[in-house]
Design a binder for this molecule. Structure first.
Ligand code: NAP
Length: 272
């Protein structure tokens, strides 16, 4: 049995990401509300989640762990150590941990428990909130192929999933984890550029954002190399090549590569 249809899933931490996953799982019909448990330190937050999704809501993480087989660790990295310590007495052999905490290694979660513990680390990104995430998953030492299927099944409800070796998780953080912010900057700049050229802001925003979305979908849906898609819209002596020339002079490619490198290095530092 690889599925999660017969399992209960506890979200330890029901903040932005916890809620996005609850929403995705229910919207996809992958699980029923009674299979889900949400925990949080904030009772008002839990009440909101319970009302919106009809899931069980608890303030006690250990109690949630005793009722579930899959534990999704969705608290901030700074509180993870205390959360894991609080779970020690409640964790059994059949528990699977799925951790989305940035920078926390599977090895440091495994080390908190006396017996071999199945852990999978996942790095989703904020478009999970609208079910358009891309998540990278990396198995810990004791995770099985079945566990990876389970993680995939859960995270595919909020978007796409890729598997990587854990040593590449910092690069994932630098690219797709931080990436939405880079793209927001690009969209904002395109909007201002449109306004500068006389377009109303609302129109410029739609033009810019839909252009980024459309271009991204062309890459994903045609499977063509971005350079070949670019060549298709770049006619000799035309408008696009005039714009591209300015981008190349400004070193846009090198700047984006340096941004991903800087974010990856920062993720490495924070993980130490
Ligand atoms: N948001 C993203 O784009 C993103 C992307 C990739 C990975 N992540 C990772 O996902 C995790 C959650 O991020 P988020 O944006 O969802 O954060 P968040 O909105 O702050 O959610 C975390 C929730 O956990 C609660 N909490 C704190 N201590 C707890 C405890 N001991 N037991 C149970 N719940 C507790 C928090 O309450 P308080 O607010 O009162 O502390 C908060 O409601 C983080 O580790 C982050 O690194 C996030």
């Amino acid at each position: 049995m690889t599925g999660i249809e017969d399992k209960r899933i506890a979200f330890i931490g029901a903040g932005n990401m916890g809620e996005a996953l609850i929403k995705g799982l229910l919207a996809a019909g992958t699980v029923r509300p009674e299979q889900l448990i949400a925990t949080d330190v904030r009772t008002d937050r839990l009440e909101t989640i319970r009302k919106a999704y009809q899931v069980e809501a608890l303030t006690n993480n250990a109690e949630a762990a005793t009722k579930a087989q899959i534990l999704i660790l969705a608290v901030k990295p700074q509180v993870m150590d205390g959360v894991l310590t609080g779970l020690r007495g409640a964790v059994a052999e059949d528990h699977l941990f799925l951790s989305i905490a940035a920078g926390i290694r599977t090895g440091s979660i495994e080390a908190k428990f006396p017996r071999p513990t199945r852990v999978i680390r996942i790095m989703p990104n904020t478009p999970a909130l609208i079910l358009a995430a891309v998540s990278a998953i990396a198995p810990g030492r004791h995770a099985t192929p079945e566990d990876l299927k389970t993680a995939r099944q859960i995270f595919e409800t909020v978007g796409r999933v890729v598997q990587v070796e854990e040593r590449l998780m910092d690069a994932v953080t630098g690219l797709s984890g931080s990436g939405p912010a880079y793209v927001f900057v690009v969209i904002e700049a395109l909007v201002d550029a449109g306004v500068r050229m006389g377009l109303p802001r609302e129109t410029a925003t739609l033009l810019a954002a839909q252009t980024v979305l459309g271009a991204a979908r062309m890459v994903l849906e045609t499977g063509k190399h971005p350079a070949s898609l670019k060549a298709m819209v770049t006619s000799p002596g035309g408008t696009t090549v005039a714009g591209l020339h300015v981008l190349e002079q400004a070193g846009v490619r090198g700047t984006l590569m340096a941004a991903v490198e800087a974010a990856t290095r920062r993720a490495q530092e924070l993980g130490q």
